[in-house]
Write a protein that binds this ligand. Structure first.
Ligand code: NDP
Length: 284
């Protein structure tokens, strides 16, 4: 069992979040409990799941089996795209807690803004998440894949600033405009696909820095995120890579390394995922 202490970041609602966690996107439901148990064993204390991943139950089983107290593990889930209407969101959130076997989540997010669906209304969806925060079943609430214009609408029409915005960010898509908006408005950025699902790991610049520091390209990339102040939760099904991705706190990148990695940004063409302004996927 690791004795590493993971830094935490303060959220705008008084809560705090471990800066490094474990993501379970694309881990098949039957394998999720085992993978999450291995991550908890490796020292991770923050798990990022979603209704869309269909593996909340495995996360819940792993946390229960770990012997850790519930308040030692930070658990995030997200509202699925088909459930933006308030009554659907309420039912879906009940389902999330039932699947996890928990009476609360630490963080619940609107997974995508879907501005071309629901008549462009993600505001009533956000108001429904405010209910979950008010009744204590979501300790913190936030959004995912929201662009500055979407966040401006929430600011104009509701009373709660999201605690986090979980967006795609990695060296090939640094997403700095959205991150800067978060910085100006007290919204913590969480960087999804932090190693671009592996696409940045043979980048020459990153490989050279890794060789100089005696680290792996994944460690260098994850360390770059941490030094930018973002929250990350790399996914792996391999205990060895889970440990590798966790060993980030005994080295540092200097400013030149950070700048060189940031300069790899390819703008829009560096995205691995969809553009949130157009994304309209609703699972069956
Ligand atoms: P990541 O950038 O975390 O990359 C995961 C991939 O990289 C897997 O194929 C994994 O393979 C491999 N990998 C992991 N560690 C290493 C390593 N050290 N060396 C080499 N290969 C490695 O991608 P994700 O898309 O999973 O993003 C992380 C998390 O972000 C998700 O799990 C999810 O929680 C969240 N997310 C949120 C989204 C949103 O819309 N809000 C969208 C996408 C992700 P292996 O398993 O074989 O190790």
């Amino acid at each position: 069992m690791s004795t590493t202490t993971i830094p935490t970041i303060d959220l705008n609602d008084g809560a705090s979040i471990p800066q490094l966690g474990f993501g379970v996107f694309q881990i098949p439901p039957p394998e999720t409990a085992r993978a999450t148990e291995a991550a908890l064993e490796a020292g991770y204390r923050h798990i990022d799941t979603a209704e869309m991943y269909q593996n909340e139950a495995g996360v819940g089983r792993a946390v229960a089996a770990s012997g850790l107290a519930r308040d030692e593990v930070f658990v995030t889930s997200k509202l699925n795209n088909g459930f933006h209407r308030p009554d659907d969101a309420r039912r879906a959130f009940d389902g999330t807690l039932a699947a996890l076997g928990m009476d609360h989540v630490d963080l619940f997010l609107v997974h995508w803004p879907l501005p071309t669906l629901y008549g462009g209304d993600f505001v009533s969806t956000w108001r429904t998440l405010e209910e979950f925060a008010a009744d204590g079943r979501a300790r913190s609430i936030g959004v995912s894949n929201f662009q500055p214009a979407h966040l401006d609408r929430l600011a104009a029409e509701t009373g709660t600033v999201p605690s986090v915005n979980q967006v795609e960010a990695h060296p090939y898509f640094t997403n700095d405009e959205v991150r800067a908006y978060g910085g100006e408005h007290g919204i913590v950025t969480e960087a999804w696909s932090p190693i671009a699902q592996g696409a940045v790991l043979d980048d020459e610049t990153i490989v050279k820095i890794a060789e100089r520091l005696g680290r792996t390209p994944a460690q260098v990339t994850l360390r770059w995120h941490l030094q930018r102040g973002d929250v990350v939760f790399p996914k792996s099904t391999s205990p060895q890579r889970m440990a590798e991705n966790f060993a980030l706190f005994d080295f540092e990148l200097d400013d030149a390394d950070v700048r060189a990695i940031t300069a790899l940004d390819k703008g829009e063409s560096g995205r691995t995922g969809p553009n949130p302004d157009r994304f309209d996927y609703v699972p069956d």
